[in-house]
Ligand binder design. Structure first.
Ligand code: SF4
Length: 230
């Protein structure tokens, strides 16, 4: 097994429902999307950037070296970690044996890869990628198939709101989520780089429209950027 990893580090979760908990982050190399506002551009296939190849033993060893009783879970992040689902499938039994919770941060467009690993995941932090926000194509069927699988475990949804985000995209995402589980936590995440461009006001407008379909809608920014941590 060879895992392509950008970095392994201990830090504070800055997004979503578990904002503020300590985690050991394993950042997988490469992504299958190219969101215009991506804050980890080294994850999108620029092979001139440095990444390290790990075998299973060295990966487990480095995670164990960082883990303390203060940590909530291991965050598998990226890039898109599910591009290396085979690696995750082999890593999970080791994490479970050591009593670690597994937290998956994902763009939510690879349902088959999720199916491969879902039994060992504790929390799925799933993005819904709105085409008007990302500048990419839409992935509605993929997101729907993905969420159906993720609902076997604890899952919440984040969607980034930028100055370009269209109300129709947000409404479609809320409808999609609400059809499958109206009680799922749905987070509108204002784009950090556009805080002065009215994105908070946009989030407030979208909050109202989302509540037609969902019980629990919140506006939460990326707190790690304010805390100046990774
Ligand atoms: S899905 Fe995430 S890692 Fe991939 S390009 Fe978009 S923001 Fe970057």
């Amino acid at each position: 097994m060879k895992a392509n990893i950008l970095e392994i580090f201990s830090s504070i979760q800055g997004e979503g429902k578990y904002t503020g908990v300590s985690q050991v982050f394993v950042r997988f190399f490469e992504c299958n999307m190219h969101c215009v506002w991506c804050d980890t551009p080294h994850s999108i296939g620029d092979t001139t950037r440095h990444y390290q190849e790990y075998d299973l033993e060295s990966l487990v060893k480095e995670i164990d070296a960082l883990w303390t009783s203060a940590h909530h879970s291991i965050s598998l992040t990226g890039g898109e970690p599910l591009l290396q689902a085979d690696v995750i499938a082999q890593l999970i039994p080791h994490l479970k044996r050591a009593g670690r919770k597994v937290y998956l941060e994902t763009n939510g467009i690879l349902p088959e890869a999720l199916q491969q690993v879902i039994s060992g995941i504790d929390v799925v932090a799933m993005d819904i990628k709105l085409p008007s926000s990302t500048g990419c194509q839409s992935y509605w069927p993929e997101h729907e198939a993905f969420l159906k699988i993720a609902l076997q475990k604890e899952v919440f949804i984040k969607t980034v709101i930028s100055s370009e985000t269209k109300a129709s995209d947000v409404e479609r995402a809320a409808q999609l989520a609400g059809r499958l589980d109206p009680n799922i936590l749905f987070i509108l995440q204002p784009n950090y780089f556009e805080m002065k461009n009215g994105v908070i006001q946009k989030c407030q407008e979208f909050h109202n429209s989302c509540q037609k379909y969902l019980e629990d809608v919140r506006i939460i920014p990326q707190m790690h950027k304010y805390m100046k941590v990774r």
